[in-house]
Design a protein. Sequence first.
Lengths: 280, 375, 154
Amino acid sequence: MQTIPESTQIDPMAPVPCKVTAQWDVTEDTFGLRLAAPAGYSFQPGQFNMLYQFGVGEVAISISGDPAYPESLVHTIRGVGAVTKSLRNLRAGDVVGMRGPFGNSWPVEQAVGHDVVLVAGGIGLAPLRPALLHVLNNRNDYGRVVLLYGTRTPRDILFQQELQEWRGRFDMDVLVAVDAAGRDWHGSVGVVTKLIGRAPFDPHNAVAMVCGPEIMMRFTGRELVTRGIQPSMVYLSMERNMKCAVGFCGHCQFGSAFVCKNGPVFTYDDIGDLLDIREV
Amino acid sequence: MTTAPVILDRAAIDAMIGVIEGRGHRVVGPVVRSGAVVLGDLSSTADLPVGISDEQTPGRYRLTARDDEALFGYVVGPSSAKPFLHATGVPVWQGERTADGSFATRKPEAPTPVAFIGIRPCDLAAIGIQDKVFLNGYRDGVYGDRREGVFSVVVNCVEPGGTCFCTSMGTGPRASKGYDIAVTEVIDDEEHWFLAEPGSDAGQEVLAQLGAAPASDDERVRVENLLVDAADRMGRGLDTEGLPEAIKASMESPRWDEIAKRCMACANCTLVCPTCFCATVEDETDLAGLEAQRVRRWDSCFNEEFSYIHGGSLRPSTYARYRQWLTHKLSTWVDQFGEMGCVGCGRCITWCPVGIDITVEAAALAAAAKEATHV
Amino acid sequence: MSETPIDLRSHPFVIDLSESAQERLSECAVGTVHWEPGTKIFREGGVSENCYLIMCGIVAVEAHSPGRDAKVLQTLGQGDVLGWSWLFPPYRWTFDAHVRAETEAVQLDGVKLREYMDTDRELGYEVLFQFSRLVVRRLNATRLQLLDLYADHS
């Protein structure tokens, strides 16, 4: 038959072997994994890779490294499934399969000239880290920069040392809240949404980037819009079952979107209504 | 390329099968297996379901005997081109550990290109739909390797099946594009012949080797009338006007719950559907852990684990899974690929064990949505 | 307590009130309080007579149980209101309030405000409406906390 559509000839399904250059514990259930990226590799903040453990399986992991140094490919992984637990056993010098980067990115270009509000819940801080690093690398391009971070307990706080540094900067605000804490915690206790009301930014000139469990993003989206940010300026990163990462397998469909290739980042304007539909 | 139709008889069809095989194809066509017409290997017209017809109603499929020797006197059975192009249970890639502790992957060998004899217009259209899924942008190796050498002899439908609605979907009963040769069978008490039109250079080359006579005007008119008549006799329809929007507006409709009372979430509809493309992968390894491969298998949005993310399935309810399927077919597919993911072949209706009819459900949803906007 | 004039109007709780209600609230303002970290503002069971509009700082609302560390239920900060037990019988605090970071708040005389609300039902409605909104927000936040969003739910 004649008319077969054009397509690229690279095989997007075959993992490329990458050397592990470091593995470290971040929290009790979360670890960091740094890979030597293949030559020519680059990524945008918010994109993800598929990491493949030989013979065990593959899993979608957001990139949490600095986009200015793509050769040092950092992932922050919660070891909760068979593949991620197996990835935790990797050590420097081991080899892991990688394909990517996939997906769209945080709107770091569109946010130029605006206040930037990052709202992270739990492991959701990991995919936001490249966006924050990009903004800080290009600090003069942006207005106020605010990071609101909610997590379970003080022990679950990711990137502790870096958070201290960010908190110490005079050109950004960092507010952290935990759901549960003892007396030894001197910060806020409560849900991350309650930080939104007191965060210093101009809602009429702000771009928000949100990542966390879906229910957290639903409430955060509402709260940000209540505070006055345009729904089209609120960006959420969705999680769905991703197997192929290129729109072949159908698992990650969310309304009309394949989260893997049309997302994972969507505006609240586009998906706010879908978020309210059960089991969509 | 000349597109002048020629007239073939059964012997010429046999000759055609030989010529196509000689061009390096694995020839596949309709055969009877386990009481159904499916696509299988074909060496001559003797392998075809000669003198066989089928009865199809929601939830029911039976083969019946015809009182003639028609070669293509039935419509589609449960299998389409999908198992041959979007193959299931095949490796996406294979790999082995290397001495330095790394690994290497290799691409599986491409199989012999298939030639479809007697594929129907709806199924041909379905290939075009899957092309957009697998070959637009990224190229899917499994599909691309099988798709690129395909030769197809489409057989236009002069007798619509019991659950067909291809006229509504614009895919039949006559193929309009995408074939190498299009054949229409004409049979009655006096005569039995086939009008064959080339649709590509390859099709023209094959027909040229058969030494067939050009079709007369009378013969062309007769075929034309048969196909118009077939379209008129189509017993089922789907009004697609405004349907994608109406279904999007029906996400909270109580109709889904009603359907879920009957739907068994068995996934039959997605398996027989010629456009459904959802698949999963399984990573396999040998006992020593030295060889590994990733095998792709068809999956279905009706399976609970289909939407699994860490913590659980996102669509634990049957209503949500049926809604995902129907919404994808008739609404979101349009957003994704510019057309509906339905060709009107009627398989999902026939092969549903409880006879759920997509045309009935879509019409009911659309009617309710329309009513809601007019209140 | 300072002698400087107290401006309540910048506090989010007060902003939405009518001019007259803002005036009555100002009349109830006793003064601005500064607390150092570690200060116990009130204890569960104690008589509740005051309400605090937090201008800055962090105050933890805590529950204690014998033999266990105090559990921080939530922290309050800038723009929050601390204490509503003075509004409902038996006028006793339900939890402990403990200063975590240097805090500044405006103290309102709850008994006086309660009397105003009793005699002036319009004021009563307005203030009670604001408190209800606050309670609903606090309740919803608590519900989200209960969901344990970031736990490993496998």
